[in-house]
Write a protein that binds this ligand. Sequence first.
Ligand code: DHB
Length: 540
Amino acid sequence: MKHRAVKRRTVVMGIGATAGVAAVGGIALSAQASSKSSSSSDSLKFDADAYAKLTTTITDTEGTEHNVTYHFWKAITYVANPVDATYQSLIVSAPVEIDGTAVDPANAPILLANSIGGYMPSSVADATAVGGGGSAMGGGAAPSAAPSSSTSAAPNANANTNTTGGATAGNQLLALAAGYVVIEPGARGRTLKNSDGEYYGTAPAAIVDLKAAVRYIKANQGLIPGDTERIVSAGTSAGGALSSLLGASGDSPVYDKYLEELGAADASDAVFAVGAWCPITDLEHADGAYEWNWGTNDLATGKQVDQSVSKDLKAQFAEYQAGLKLRGLAGFGPLTARNYDDYLVEQYLQPSATRYLAALSDSDRETYLAKNTFITWSGGRAAFAWDDFLTHVGARKKDTPAFDAFDLSAGENNEFGAGTTETRHFTAYGAKNDSTGLSTKRVAADVPEKLNLMNPMYHLVEKVNDRRSKHWWIRLGTSDSDTSHVISANLAARLDNLGDDVNHLYYWDEGHGANTDPGDFITWIGTVTSYGKGKKGKRN
Ligand code: DHB
């Protein structure tokens, strides 16, 4: 396992063309132009000449430095009728020279890396270099206009330190050093509020924005660098959830009315492959899955959660899981609430510990095993029981219910807010047990549709979307209790059962947002897209 951080230095070399005045095919362009008309064709044309030429040094996962020269397009609004262009914009980085050798990015895969965390707003408006995305800390504050290219920003300078949207930022740099095109979209998020007090970034805004970004890229095939049929989406946590959703929901008509309203480009929004780190998804079933997993673990305060609530939710999970009719990977058979502990241990957790321990020196392994006597190490394999694993992880991160809080205090309650209502319940159980004085004790009428719009499982189970991505990279830290381990495992099992190519591993002893094998992800992109076999694919 490679833990080396990715580093880079950036030097601005000059402006390749004057932004905003170039013309392509005789049409005067301004990528920032927006109009009230729904005609998207002109303002959504990518200005291929409006880039700055930058150079940066990227240290790969082996510790080797690469000198990368790339073309960088600062924030381009990707819809004709933006609600808030600060968020509905993307940046493009395309390598043209790597370690002194010219490269042509025209047919390279495109890493579509979002930096969304916590379902918060995410902006690239101020980005001046690759890796420039980040989740906004507070809602609504409009960053200043895009800066000139004379300075370069630190990666994720605008990142929300409460969330982990930027934790996979290393992917962007490694992708660039591998010769891939990197496109980083911003998106609206749950805290955004306009002057009328209306929340305009709650569900389904973020997924609609990501889809609009994909449509923009595909509509500009031939103008925008990279192979628009080989878009690989990536994100972490809420960004991982949205990346999975983008992959699962490609070209689904259920988003059409939202995309039309924004004046999204008239093109496909299907992506080729998905990278998802610790996806916080399947939100309406996540409370039950959480109690099934972490129900008996105490909070960090040492307090036990309400065991009666925990048991109710756990029972709901058993019912949901039975209804999914999933079969585990590697011939495990039907997955139920009764055998899911064995499944996680056998399929993911023991192999994860085995990989971790095998990579240690003999003396480090001995030290680790002496401290963690619940693990039996025999024949080069780790073995342990589920209950001991739970004890090993320790404190659960969230109280119960973890996502639809009775007092509406969870971020997800805000994600399902609407109009001037900041927070709402999105499960029958949460609404029934509301502690805030909600008179109806029911979820609002529009919530079920919004849940579908936000859930990849809807597109994989209730509707089986043939336009979905068929290649999936899913990663999760074994100590991550931001959601249940079942959430990723169910997603993987469903995709596998549908016949898709699923590469899903858990990182041993890693917490929320970990990405400890980014070089392998970059290699995987080369493999699944059949790009640069043997040459560029080896760069990471
Ligand atoms: C994120 C973390 C959470 O615990 C959650 O509920 C939603 C999002 C995040 O890090 O993006």
